[in-house]
Ligand binder design. Sequence first.
Ligand code: NAP
Length: 275
Amino acid sequence: MQKIILITGATDGIGFETARMLVSQGHHVLLHGRNPDKLKNVQQKLSGLSDSGRIESFVADLSRLSEVKTLAETIAQQHAKLDVIINNAGVYRTENTRTQDGLDVRFAVNTVAPYLLTKRLLPLLDEAGRVINLSSAAQARVSPEALAGKGLLSDSEAYAQSKLALTMWSRHMGLSLKDSGPVIVAVNPKSLLGSKMVKDAYGIAGGDLSIGADILCRAALSDEFATAHGQYFDNDSEQFSAPHPDALDTRKVEQVLTAIEDVLMQVSGVAWFFG
Ligand SMILES: NC(=O)c1ccc[n+]([C@@H]2O[C@H](COP(=O)([O-])OP(=O)(O)OC[C@H]3O[C@@H](n4cnc5c(N)ncnc54)[C@H](OP(=O)(O)O)[C@@H]3O)[C@@H](O)[C@H]2O)c1
């Protein structure tokens, strides 16, 4: 059956490969990217792959929370229902690590943007819906202050903290929606797959991107993920796994959730965030 699937960061790497697979399978794919020309190019490349699949494109820089909000509004204006959201867009290394909103770009793009996008689009997802969040084997204890934009972290530390924070909110939101909402699951797509992120960060060619795309398609569509509310799938071990211990620590999870909500309040202002 054709599903309506939003994938962020569909212009490169695992996201592009996943979009390619989903379009080839005849799904209706909403491509997201930050660069309009690159996005247009991707839409053109994918448009011939299927007779039945539909493709739409949406532009937003996810390091700007106002653009995340506008992205969600635009999608909601055009769609009454989504089946799957794949929060794939992510950043490890970049020249300017501070966003316009005063946050570390890793926390903004990898943690807060998918949280805001998911919350805003939840009304479009029913109980059979799914939200797939791109986690990583790289996870480190989250400093709520760093999440809020205080201090400077190395690229690896900021990335690893942002991915644990994402895994923590995924588990919390997934479990809290267990009986009423979509499945929300965090997935490590496999370490060191050959994307530009991995090439830039580690200077290696990396593995086959289709391994990451395969597991995201399974997470989006297969029965094995149908009841995986709040779980963590580790594709390095190819199974559901225990998350980082901090994701099981209620107090630490609360601290991270509070820090994310505080960021949204401070950056966006109560008026437009709830408006
Ligand atoms: N590759 C791996 O081995 C690996 C392992 C674990 C987890 N992951 C995760 O998998 C996801 C995909 O990564 P990848 O390896 O495929 O990296 P990638 O090739 O660098 O792709 C990242 C995607 O995110 C987009 N993006 C980055 N910053 C953005 C922003 N500010 N606003 C909107 N979009 C933005 C990029 O857009 P542009 O095309 O415009 O740059 C690109 O489409 C990430 O969440 C990453 O953390 C990857």
